[in-house]
Design a protein around this ligand. Sequence first.
Ligand code: GLC
Length: 428
Amino acid sequence: MTNPALDEDRLRTEARAILRENDLGGYTIPTKGLYPFQWNWDSCLVALGLAHVDEDRALTEIETLVAHQWPDGMVPHIVFHADHETYFPGPDVWGTARATPTSGITQPPVLGYALRRLLDGARDGAMVAPRVAALLPKVAAWHRWFANARDPEATGLVAILHPWESGRDNAIDWDDALARVPTDGIGSYVRRDTTHVDAAQRPTKEEYDRYLWLVQRFRRLGWNQAALHDASPFRVVDPGFNAILTRSAEDLAAMARALDAPEIAAEAESQAARGRAALDGLWHDGLGQYAAYDRAAGALVESASIGGLLPLMALEPGHPRVDALVARLAGLRAAVSHPVPSHDPADPRFDRLRYWRGPLWLIANRLVADGLARHGRAEAAAEIARDGLALVARSGFGEYFDPLDGRALGGKRFSWTAAMVLDFLEMA
Ligand code: GLC
């Protein structure tokens, strides 16, 4: 940056403009064209950026999402508020029969984490606290749904049943489990994503076929969430997802204590404690970090991705694995020009351009930075924030970035990138 102060002003103005232009009234789309609906974890993370601008609007973002929670407690990964031709698979493919159509799967539950940040950071506590309090039972219901529908054997860890649930759609972590998903009978279809973005930066056709097979399988089961877990050939325990859930449970408990909801607090505390203890089963000695567990195959997955570093945001301070994770991050930092790659560049399967198989994502960086700060590594966290700002100042508000040369990739003028810029500006 030549003049950091000028750059900061420009970044702030531009980030706010992007959030405004992607605001369709009560919800924010990730970006025009490629993602024209409301996505679950996008909205929760966008709310963190909005909170620096307009707390009322930040809460509305989350309230709109939660208004589409299913009766069983699941908060779906997409809410199709309005029709759009530019996206596939749309509501007719999902067939979830909801008044406002939604997808039938979920996404990383950052909701509890985001709400606590809104509550703790509130400038207008009298407005924020009651609205957060009203949301707590709904967060608790979602977490309970996870325990019931995604951890039927009470292991303390929940499975994802579709790669899209992880939020890291085509991560190398899912390759082996996805290869067992058949593709017969899916019929022909036309992808829309590759009309917006270079195909080399998106998942492959073979992956897409398997993604669709899973959707069709679940649809045939009537989206009966109680039946999906055992019926899915894809059942994977993601350390990142479980770290997020565990952390959100911890945050839910803290909010519930502060807002006088002791029953919710007690339930969430015990869920967080179970999650923290169970995470240890995902430690992979050879990789020196956490790894996914393929529940259908009964084995840890050989894949060193950023998902295995996210437990930093859930481990108790002083936990014996913290130093190893911090060392892993330092090693990754040394291997790229821009931290944090979504996959280890030393792995031959690393792909600097292809979505979650290498590129860096500012939202993942934000969660890693949170984990570092939690364990007293404030300077390392601030470095991630500063690098993110410099990257966007140079390359723009891309969806994700090449960690080797910093070029912006995927969709443009991306909401959660803008939100993270607003958040990083407060940290750097
Ligand atoms: C992609 C990402 C996912 C995100 C969505 C909308 O599917 O992998 O994490 O929520 O796009 O931005």
